[in-house]
Each structure stands twice: as structure tokens, then as C-alpha cells.
Design a protein around this ligand. Structure first.
Ligand code: PMV
Length: 330
């Protein structure tokens, strides 16, 4: 049912970032922003975005302030247009968003950002959406954002429907059902060089490995979901590392090549393998950026932290437990 938005209507929401263990790379439909493959992620307690949306009269377009700086609002408008359609309004919105971690550096700020936007914008508009509907809305901003509506372990379905209605995430387990720690080695503070939408389009168009990436994704999803259901940490870690390296093989064979790693990224991968050889179950995963996220059991996090701090080129090490669903702050 549609709802008219009053000028000045405002709401604030927080969503946590997530990191995929079976990753999404490639799109089915660029307009609906549906992924070519499903994915499974964990939501991170320590990294989040807070977003306020205020519908105002007198604005001639949507306005975005990110960490206090004015930014291009085109992608925000894609999400807000859907909210305006559902609310029968033409009011534009002022969006104020802040991340508590580095933006655009491979720490999934678009995931937490668009999930927080979806929740804040619909709340400001007086719409009550189910988590599935919020996940679909967030997907229009960023594919990984569909997963940040949920805490703990989330699975994104690629879907097949022409309108994207079956392309959404759902929760597999809440964070408290299987506590894990993620230790993040920050190896670079700057923003990443090639954004993921451009990168994945280029992989689909040019890598000879892309058909194999599509063909093997369903098996990885089934295996990882089974490892999560069985709380089998070694199986989960081994699969996450394998899927990450498969993604980077696809990136490296894209023309021109997508090399998101730096020297410290590679050194950290070796340090994680050395930790395992010394008896500490720890596994890495890396997205479209140079940071290395290491999965371990909470009891081993101090050992993993110390090992990562020792790697030459690692600038900072952060920790996170698994985080909650996106929620409203007001
Ligand atoms: O949602 P996007 O457009 O930021 O793309 C996410 C791509 C990866 O982080 C590399 C993988 C994933 O599934 O999150």
C-alpha cells in the first residue's frame, strides 16, 4: 500500500558490513543489479554504517554526505527512486552517512551503506518492509548489501525471476549460534583502484575462467552451507580460502588484469598458512581490495592478531565478532 511522505520525514538506521566466504562476482542483470552467482557471508559486528535519510521540500535532487563530505548520489537515487515509487512522493532526500571504518578500501562499505540506506529510507517514508523486501531494495544499491540486512551467516540467492523478486538474502544462522572471530589485516588505507561493478563486468567479458566460475559456484554454496549447518570450522575455512583464491584467479585473468593484492596482502596469506602449519586453525579471505580477513575461533584470536601484526607491511589489525541484523537507531 502506498503512503505519502511528509516533508521533513526522517529516520536513522545502522547496518553492519559483511564479508563473503563464497563470493559474488558477475551480474545477471545490470539494471536490477542481480548477481550471476549466489553467495554466503558473515556480518561483522565491529564495522558498520549509520545513515540518516530526510525527505525535504526544496531539494532538486537527492544529496549525499558521506563521512561529512558531499559525494555523487546517483546510486543512492536508484534506491530512493524505488522508495518514492512505493510512497507516491516526488520529494528528494538528504542522506547523511558515516562509516566507522575506511571507506572503499575492500572492507565492504557499500554493503553496510546500502543496507542502512534501505532501512532508513523506508522507515522515513513510513513503509514497513519485511527483511526479504529490504534485502531486495538494498541489492539495487550494491549486490553485497542484500546480505547486510541480516546478522550472523547470510545466504544470497542469485534468483531467476525476470523482475529480480527471487534475488535476495536470508539468514542461515544468527551470530550467537556459532561465534567466530574475524581478524583483519589492513595493508593500505587508500580507496581501491577499480570498483567492483566495473571489475566484474570486465571479468565476465574477458576472462577465460568466467564460465568455470559460474559453473562451480553452486557446488561451493552447497558445501559451505553444509559446513555451517555442521559447525565444521576447518571445512568452512578451507572452502572460504579456496573460493577466495578462485575469485582472484578470475580477477588475475581479466584483461586488463585486476590485481587487488599488494606485497603485504601476499605476505599475510603466507603468515596464515604458517599459522595453520603450527596448529592454529586460521583461514584467509580477500575481496576487491588489499585487506586480508582471517577467520579463526575466538580462543585463537590473540595468536592470530600477534602473527598478523608481525607481517611486514601490515599497518593495522582489527578484530570483529559476528554482527546483528540491520536496525533502526531512532
Ligand atoms: O556488492 P559489490 O558491488 O560491492 O561487490 C562485492 C564483491 C565482493 O566483495 C568481491 C564479493 C562479495 O560477494 O561481497
Amino acid at each position: 500500500m502506498s503512503q505519502t511522505i511528509e516533508a521533513g520525514a526522517t529516520a536513522r538506521a545502522r547496518a553492519h558490513s559483511n564479508i563473503a566466504l563464497v563470493k559474488y562476482w558477475g551480474k545477471n542483470d545490470a539494471v536490477l543489479n542481480t548477481p550471476a552467482v549466489g553467495s554466503i557471508s558473515i556480518t561483522l559486528d565491529a564495522l558498520y554504517t549509520d545513515t540518516r535519510v530526510t525527505f525535504r521540500s526544496g531539494l532538486t535532487s537527492d544529496e549525499l554526505q558521506l563521512n561529512g563530505c558531499r559525494e555523487n548520489a546517483d546510486t543512492v537515487t536508484r534506491v530512493l527512486d524505488l522508495v518514492r515509487n512505493a510512497s507516491a512522493t516526488t520529494l528528494f532526500a538528504a542522506v547523511e552517512s558515516a562509516n566507522n571504518f575506511p571507506t572503499g578500501a575492500g572492507l565492504a562499505s557499500s554493503a553496510s551503506g546500502f543496507a542502512a540506506l534501505a532501512l532508513a529510507a523506508t522507515a522515513a517514508a513510513g513503509l514497513t518492509l519485511t527483511q526479504r523486501e529490504l534485502s531486495i531494495l538494498a541489492r539495487h544499491g550494491s549486490g553485497s548489501a542484500a546480505r547486510s540486512i541480516f546478522g550472523g551467516f547470510a545466504k544470497m540467492h542469485a534468483g531467476t525471476a525476470a523482475d529480480g523478486s527471487d534475488s535476495y538474502a536470508e539468514q542461515l544462522l544468527a551470530g550467537g549460534d556459532w561465534p567466530l572471530t574475524i581478524v583483519i589485516a589492513i595493508t593500505e588505507h587508500g580507496a581501491k583502484s577499480i570498483n567492483s561493478t566495473v571489475g566484474m563486468g570486465s571479468s565476465a567479458a574477458s576472462s577465460p575462467f568466467y564460465p568455470a566460475w559460474l559453473a562451480t559456484a553452486p557446488g561451493d554454496l552447497t558445501d559451505l552451507a553444509a559446513a555451517i549447518a555442521a559447525r565444521d570450522f576447518e571445512r568452512l575455512g578451507e572452502l572460504a580460502e579456496y573460493n577466495c583464491l578462485k575469485l582472484h584467479a578470475l580477477m588475475l585473468t581479466t584483461r586488463p588484469a585486476l590485481i587487488y593484492w599488494n606485497a603485504a596482502t601476499v605476505a599475510t596469506m603466507h603468515a596464515v598458512r604458517d599459522l595453520r602449519a603450527s596448529g592454529v586453525p586460521a583461514y584467509f579471505t580477500i575481496d576487491a581490495g588489499p585487506q586480508v580477513k582471517v577467520l579463526c575461533l575466538p580462543a585463537d584470536s590473540a595468536k592470530v592478531h600477534a602473527a598478523l601484526l608481525n607481517v611486514s607491511g601490515v599497518l593495522e589489525v582489527r578484530h570483529s565478532a559476528l554482527g546483528p541484523d540491520a536496525y533502526r537507531l531512532d
